[in-house]
Design a protein around this ligand. Structure first.
Ligand code: ZN
Length: 304
């Protein structure tokens, strides 16, 4: 049994000055890879999927949250390190509550990719309701105050965000009853260069004022040394997704340039699990990425 509550995980991270990584997977192989990497470096880890992607109305095939839950929870049960489950950033209030009822350890409502911003008063109402319903089901809730900048790599465009105000954040935390809060201090969604400038004064002010664990999204945008420093300053969790996918794409690109798949046994390319299997290369790219990232956040050898 390696399933632990996300609350215990984050408290442990704060007490031992590291940040626990949430590594957002997209299928069986990437989820297994995240857990294997955490086992290799003996670190606790949070696994999960993106609620916005799973629930995307334009998705070609509708997905079932319970199927993802079954996969994630079984992988967590069999893991040799502490693992918690997150349904991350769903823009669908009903889906977030359903995830808490299904058994996710933590759920997050966030209309990250929507074009219009929800007024704070309305967001407070929604989050309060979600927190009540989630807590009834034993799930924790992650909220978000302050909008992260959002980078569109296809268009090369940056949508500006705003730094989280400590007073507004403190009031939001108190009113909603959320368990952890994602803040905006220079970190950026979907940006891959690891070059953003973290506003440490803003982070410090938040760490002093907010009495629940802080979270940074957009981990791929943050330099390795900043991850370590933020972890020592009260950031209990950092989210990663985009960078893992880029690592996989690079591996596949190299493979397709190197091998003539037309002349290969398709079973060797997909499904046999030996050294030329694209799915194994996918896993290995994720494993390398997650191991390195956990170590950057001081998470190595923190499994308990
Ligand atoms: Zn995010």
């Amino acid at each position: 049994m390696s399933r632990v509550s996300v609350k215990i995980l984050m408290e442990h991270a704060l007490a031992h000055k590291y940040a626990v990584g949430y590594f957002e997977s997209w299928n069986l192989e990437s989820t297994l890879a995240v857990v294997r990497a955490a086992e290799n470096v003996k670190s606790p880890v949070i696994i999960g999927v993106c609620g916005t992607y799973i629930g995307e109305p334009k998705r070609r095939y509708a997905e079932s949250l319970t199927v993802y839950y079954a996969m994630l929870s079984q992988i967590a049960e069999e893991a040799k390190v502490p693992v918690a489950l997150l349904l991350n950033e769903s823009d669908d209030e009903e889906m977030v509550i359903r995830a808490a009822e299904n058994g996710f350890d933590m759920v997050m409502y966030a209309p990250v990719f929507s074009s219009e911003e929800i007024p704070l008063e309305q967001l407070t109402k929604i989050q309060k309701h979600i927190a009540q319903r989630a807590h009834e089901n034993g799930a924790a809730v992650e909220g978000e105050v302050g909008e992260l900048p959002l980078y569109n790599s296809a268009a090369g465009k940056l949508h500006d965000g705003e730094v989280t105000d400590p007073d507004i954040c403190a009031a939001f935390v108190k009113e909603t009853g959320i368990d952890t809060v994602a803040v905006s201090v220079g970190n950026c969604h979907l940006k891959e260069d690891g070059m953003v400038t973290i506003n440490y004064d803003a982070l410090n002010a938040l760490a002093e004022k907010i009495d629940i664990p802080l979270v940074l999204h957009g981990g791929t945008s943050i330099a390795r040394e900043d991850l370590r420093r933020a972890a020592a300053m009260g950031v209990a969790k950092v989210n990663f997704g985009t960078g893992m996918k880029r690592a996989v794409l690079n591996t596949w690109k190299q493979y397709l340039a190197e091998y003539e798949v037309d002349h290969m046994d398709p079973n060797d390319v997909l499904g046999r699990g030996t050294d030329k299997d694209l799915l194994m290369l996918e896993q290995e790219a994720v494993i390398r990425y997650v191991e390195e990232t956990i170590c950057a956040m001081n998470g190595e050898n923190k499994a308990f």
